[in-house]
Design a protein around this ligand. Sequence first.
Ligand code: E4P
Length: 217
Amino acid sequence: MQLFLDTTDVAVLKDLAATGLVDGVTTNPTLIAKSGRPMLQVIAEICAAVEGPVSAEVAAMDTAGMLDEGRKLASIAPNVVVKVPLTRDGLIATREFAHEGIATNVTLCFSAAQALLAAKAGATYISPFIGRLDDYGAEGMDLIVEIRAIYDNYDFDTEILAASIRNPAHVTAAALAGADCATIPPTVFADLFKHPLTEKGLEQFMSDWAKTGQSIL
Ligand code: E4P
């Protein structure tokens, strides 16, 4: 399973990427706004910091505008993935990007029917928003299960990118459900390393080791 970081904070990204465990990055207009920086510059810096796919979202609502913006974003670096909203115009643009060899991440997916259309349009990634479905009173993870079954039934190549991840349990459940990737906020990514029993066990081991008075080197 590939683990992406959902962030526009380049310093935080570099810190976590140093672990060698970050396979890519996703961004969205809200995260760009939070960064307070010019989007094209931020995306270029992120692309230089990671070798894997970097999703950069179009802001246009119509197909022609999405195509213009997407081509510009794709020209920033070879690892840019153009993020397109799951709308009728977005899927027409997705189909054209597929013909042009430009990778796409179809975002704001909330139903299996939408995911089916995205795959038929030739999306590289589909982003089902787990946390927002949970917030809405639905069982977000069920959507990953449904999309996995549909994509496997028809051998679609579109990769399932579990998005709107809120906690480590979401990551585990998405992995169990067969998601190809998950995009994770930095705080949740940092939490993936932790378990209270790891901390407690390590404390005990270190305390016992100190009693031996030994040194390994
Ligand atoms: C994914 O590509 C989105 O940027 C992100 O996962 C949305 O998460 P949110 O629902 O926490 O805003």
